[in-house]
Design a protein around this ligand. Sequence first.
Ligand code: HEC
Ligand code: HEC
Length: 321
Amino acid sequence: MKLFDAIKPLGLAVILLPLSFVQLPAQEPSPLHWAYQISAPGVAPVPATKDDGSQRRVPDSMVSMTLSQTRDRFNAPDWHPASHPPMPQIVLNGRRPDTHACAFCHRAEGQGGAENANISGLDKGYIIRQLKEIRSAARRSASDQRASMITKHLMAASLTDDEIEAGASYFADLPARSTLKVVETDIVPKTINYMGLFTAALTGAETEPLGERIIEMPDDPERFELRDTRTTFTAYVPRGSIERGKALAAEGCVACHGEGLKGGIGPRLAGQYTSYTVRQLNDFKIGKRAGEQAGSMAGVVEKLPLSDMIALAAYAASLTP
Ligand code: HEC
Ligand code: HEC
């Protein structure tokens, strides 16, 4: 399937602009652009699909919405309203002008996407601490310039303590769930970044060596763009990663992150997006993530090579959350 075929189902008028006409966002940090879900240096991301006004549907849902409705940051799209409790206002609507709805980014069922984090069923106290630390900028990212982080910081900066409490209660009470599967391979589909937001296969046929990377992407970019909470993801990881990650975790992580990495002193890592886990390990390592309890991770990541980060992220993602 050619790129155009991949986006055609959305009825798009996507024009791939020549690179010289595209204002690229800052693309730091380049060696790990795959983990930060941004474009490789010098490659223009695919722009957002234009809304043609038609009603869109996703599998197993009675709801229909236009593309613009799925992009409403103050009324998060909710394809499966029966599958979660009622959302508090901060989760469903946020608060204008800057406080985008939690569920717009993390989805109504909390499993988010590779561009942010799976927060379903995380410990409530942990969620509260993270939001307060993102608000105070104690927790930052190596790629604060990517679209997801700019809006995350903007919304977090304006959150009140009551909104943090309400958002944390909602996501902590959801069952932990994941729609991610992990596949070990040497060869991956060639990919391109969409909107500076997520990775998708360029074609069905063209491939390239995976190398020391993880390629993590939605199986169907259209469902991702519609923000269908049930979009499935695949993480392509180097061969042998899961076994190696399991041994590394038994030795160095389970004591704090719990049996099956389901959470302990440290948060649940099981079922988490591999991109997210690699980003966090890197952000701890370079001191960007420097909250009250980041010290617990400092010694862990100090000498952790990229190959171990990849193995650990692959193993964690392969576990049931
Ligand atoms: C504009 C999109 C956006 C909105 C809105 C948003 N988040 Fe996030 N959130 C993110 C991104 C992106 C990250 C991941 C940061 C990273 O990769 O370092 C994140 C990270 C988090 C984390 C850290 C997860 C972890 O495991 O440490 C928590 C908790 C969280 N968000 C909760 C919330 C809650 C609750 C709300 C609503 C009050 C909310 N977020 C609203 C984008 C968003
Ligand atoms: C001494 C206890 C301890 C050990 C050992 C430890 N961690 Fe952690 N980890 C923590 C704590 C506590 C946090 C939360 C830090 C914070 O609040 O900023 C954390 C956070 C994390 C996060 C961020 C999770 C998220 O949702 O954002 C990742 C990823 C992580 N650890 C991976 C690992 C891996 C992989 C290992 C083993 C190589 C490991 N940790 C070993 C205590 C530990």
